[in-house]
Design a protein around this ligand. Sequence first.
Ligand code: GLN
Length: 221
Amino acid sequence: MRVGTEPVFAPFEFPKEGSKDLTGFDIELIEALGKKMGYKVEIVSMGFDALIPALNSGNIDVVAAGMSINEERQKAVTFSEPYYTSGLIVMVNKDNNEVKSVKDLEGKRIACQIGTTGENKSRTVEGAKVKAFNTQDEASLELKNGGADAVIGDAPVIEYYMTKAGKDFAKTVGERMEAEPYGIAVKKGSKLAGDLNKALAELKKSGEYDKLYTKWFGEKK
Ligand code: GLN
């Protein structure tokens, strides 16, 4: 099973220290699912906006990339049952006392990742200048370097970043927005969707899913 992902999205998919191999919640989950389904899993890295085209041209079989299930994507692909509930959050520089929530971003410069729900949200902010980057890390660097007033992106990824490089210069503000379920995408009509759902249900029943969840995110809130 060829699994497409975008590899700069810790803690869901990111390189193991000192290696090109990826690790993270999505990677370990899809490996466990593949094992249940009787497939050898091969991870293929690419840009986030290349994933759905690669799926539909047959270069990969599934997408495991923290991809939110939304109506627009459902027109192009089929999703598994949700496997994680995410959401968006705003990140600003530590010394920014002006921005308290997304409402304060009107007319401001917002950095985000290309082709993501964070970009969609950024584009709904009136008068904002939206700067879209290939990876979430590049969007965060733009904030650090003063090229943006805020970043809008996936909350679990930004919160993880806040425990790493982000803690030196950034903070999150406001509440999590838009509860977004992540799904594994397959080509429209592919029987892999049913097989993935069956395997996911088994991992939930056996406690393997919970074990992975706790390993990467701590106890369930
Ligand atoms: N969850 C977001 C989306 O689906 C971002 C995913 C990502 O950047 N890997 O658009």
